[in-house]
Design a protein around this ligand. Structure first.
Ligand SMILES: C[S@@+](CC[C@H](N)C(=O)[O-])C[C@H]1O[C@@H](n2cnc3c(N)ncnc32)[C@H](O)[C@@H]1O
Length: 220
């Protein structure tokens, strides 16, 4: 059974695209994309031989060896030009940033780039904003007690996002779906628990201000 996080990532891949999954590990996502008929062709890429061997095992056991091609390479450096959707998920922001910046000139080839950083999603949005690119979709997913934010972008020109949008996500703020609102509720509760124990007054007032900010979004 595929995880809820990977299932949500597969939901965001546009039908009919040629996808490349960067840092594919077991190739669970490429197999899901073929299984659901979302893609007819997927590139499963990884920088390390061990994960790629695992990927090849998963792919051949699923019978998808003709549709999924494995590539051993850093980032998307050896991804062919027909790929028009890229997914980079399950890594830290610094690794994702390095992958994107190593081949900035080629980002244009993708109609959509789906990013899921395990931490520091605000830094990911700040990067998109700094490069005047566009956030086209966002999703929050809770999976096995952890919450993940997924950001879909294109290289299409966009004005800078505000600090508020970078912190919470422009599409999440606009759409206010229940996963996002429940995520805010969990963050409010967590901050309240921390604030009740913190003795440093500056830290405490920062936490309280953030709680109020999240409550305002919640009630909006
Ligand atoms: C934690 S796994 C994530 C697997 C999958 N993407 C997911 O979301 O579950 C990270 C994988 O990324 C690979 N990786 C790390 N840095 C990479 C890079 N610069 N280029 C390609 N793959 C990389 C690792 O070898 C590992 O298999």
């Amino acid at each position: 059974m595929i995880s809820k996080r990977l299932k949500t990532l597969s939901d965001l891949v546009p039908e009919g695209t040629v996808a490349c999954d960067i840092g594919t590990d077991h190739a669970y996502l490429p197999c899901e994309l073929i299984k659901r008929g979302i893609c007819q062709k997927v590139y499963a890429c990884d920088i390390a031989k061990g994960p790629l061997k695992q990927a090849e095992k998963t792919i051949s056991e699923a019978g998808y060896s003709t549709q999924i091609k494995t590539i051993l390479c850093p980032g998307f450096s050896k991804v062919p030009e027909d790929a028009n959707c890229m997914i980079i998920a399950g890594m830290g922001w610094k690794t994702i940033e390095t992958i994107l910046e190593n081949d900035m000139a080629r980002l244009n080839q993708f109609d959509v780039i789906i990013l899921q950083s395990n931490r520091d999603v605000h830094l990911l949005r700040a990067w998109i904003s700094r490069h005047h690119m566009t956030i086209i979709d966002e999703k929050v997913v809770e999976d096995a007690g952890k919450t993940y934010e997924i950001v879909c972008m294109t290289t299409q020109k966009h004005q800078n996002y505000s600090e508020f949008e970078i912190k919470y996500g422009p599409i999440l703020l606009e759409r206010r779906d229940h996963e996002f609102l429940e995520y805010l509720d969990r963050r409010i509760l967590k901050n309240e628990q921390i604030a009740s124990k913190v003795t440093d007054e500056t830290k405490k007032s920062q936490l309280l201000a953030e709680i109020e900010e999240m409550k305002r979004i919640r009630q909006h």
